[in-house]
Ligand binder design. Structure first.
Ligand SMILES: [Mn+2]
Length: 317
C-alpha cells in the first residue's frame, strides 16, 4: 500500500527495534538513507540497526563509523532505496517477505512492503527522508545532514543528472546553511578521489576507447584475457561506464566486460537524447533512458558489430 508522510510519521513514532535494510552494492544514497534514518529513529527513542549484504565501501566511513547498531531481534523491518527485494542479497530470504515500511524514489518499486512511502520524482531516497523529517519536526543532527546530503549528491551525480530536482538544490542549500556540513570535502571524496589502482585503470580504459559512427559512439571492450593482463577482477571495472561518454561529440558510450562464462556484460550510457534503454531492449536488455545494459554472447568483435548496428539504427531513427 502506498502511504504519505502522515502515515509514515505514525509508523516511525510507534515502531520498535528496527532493522534498516540497504541494497547490495551499496551506494551513497542507500548508505545515507540508512544511517540518516537511524539517526532520526534515535531522536525518536527507537533503536535500530543498518544492514547490507555487502561491506560498506571505505569512502563512506565518515557516515558509517558511528556503527551500524547493536545486535537485537528486530520487531520492525524497514527498507530504504530498494525497488525490489532481489536487491537485498542475503537479506531477501531473511526479511524480504515481511518488510513493513519501504522508503524509496524508484518508480519501478515493486510495492513488496506493507507500506511504501514512494516519491517517484525525488532525486534520492535521502530527499524523501529529509522531507519526512522536516514534516515530522524531528531534529536533524549534523551527522544525519551529512548522510542525507551525500545521498542526494551521489544520486544526482553531484547535481548534474537530469533527475536533479529543484528540491535537491534547496535541501543542499538548507544543509549548508543550517548544519555546517563539509560539502566540499564530501564531494571531493565522492567524485574526485580515486585509489592508485583505479587511477591506473582509468588510464588503461582511456587507451581502449574506440570511436564509431563518426565519433558518436564510443566502445570500451575488456575481455577476460585483458583483465588477466591488467591484473584486475571484473568487479574492479565497476563504475567506469560514465567515462565512455566523456569524449566530445559522443552520444552513446558502451563499456563491454567479458564475464568468466564468455558472455559480455554491456553497460550503456547516453550523453544527451538517445534512449539507450530502447537500444538495449532490442538486444534483450533494458534500464533507464540514459543508463541501461544488456548481456550479449559471442566474441568481442561480433558483439561489437551487433551493438554498433543497434546504435546506428537508433541514431538514424
Ligand atoms: Mn537512490
Amino acid at each position: 500500500m502506498l502511504i504519505g508522510f502522515s502515515e509514515a510519521e505514525v509508523f516511525l513514532r510507534n515502531c520498535q527495534d528496527a532493522v534498516i535494510i540497504t541494497h547490495r552494492n551499496p551506494d551513497g544514497d542507500c548508505i545515507g538513507a540508512g544511517f540518516g534514518l537511524k539517526d532520526i529513529l534515535e531522536q525518536l527513542g527507537v533503536r535500530s540497526r543498518v544492514v547490507c549484504h555487502d561491506v560498506f565501501p571505505k569512502r563512506y566511513n565518515f557516515l558509517t563509523e558511528g556503527g551500524a547498531g547493536e545486535d537485537f531481534e528486530p520487531k520492525t523491518i524497514i527498507a530504504v532505496d530498494i525497488a525490489d527485494t532481489a536487491l537485498m542479497g542475503k537479506y531477501e530470504e531473511i526479511y524480504g517477505s515481511r518488510v513493513q515500511l519501504c522508503i524509496d524514489h524508484h518508480i519501478s518499486n515493486k510495492k513488496y512492503a506493507e507500506k511504501t512511502l514512494l516519491r517517484g520524482n525525488a532525486t534520492a531516497a535521502c530527499e524523501v527522508i529529509y522531507d519526512l523529517a522536516q514534516y515530522m519536526g524531528v531534529k536533524i543532527t549534523r551527522h544525519c545532514a551529512m548522510c542525507l546530503y551525500t545521498g542526494i549528491a551521489t544520486d544526482s551525480g553531484c547535481f548534474k543528472y537530469d533527475c536533479t530536482t529543484p528540491r535537491a538544490h534547496e535541501i543542499a542549500a538548507e544543509m549548508m546553511r543550517n548544519y555546517d556540513i563539509n560539502f566540499a570535502r564530501i564531494n571531493r571524496n565522492m567524485f574526485d578521489v580515486k585509489s592508485p589502482g583505479r587511477m591506473k585503470l582509468e588510464g588503461r580504459l582511456s587507451e581502449l576507447m574506440e570511436q564509431y559512427l563518426d565519433g558518436r559512439l564510443v566502445i570500451v571492450a575488456v575481455t577476460q584475457d585483458m583483465m588477466r593482463d591488467m591484473g584486475v577482477e571484473m568487479e574492479e571495472l565497476e563504475g567506469f561506464a560514465p567515462m565512455t561518454i566523456q569524449m566530445e561529440d559522443t552520444e552513446v558510450g558502451i563499456l563491454m566486460r567479458e564475464r568468466p562464462d564468455g558472455v559480455f556484460k554491456c553497460s550503456f550510457r547516453s550523453a544527451n537524447d538517445i534512449n539507450v534503454s530502447d537500444i538495449c531492449q532490442t538486444v534483450g536488455g533494458g534500464g533507464h533512458a540514459k543508463a541501461a545494459g544488456c548481456n550479449v554472447s559471442g566474441d568481442a568483435e561480433s558483439v561489437k558489430a551487433r551493438l554498433i548496428e543497434a546504435v546506428r539504427k537508433a541514431i538514424e531513427a
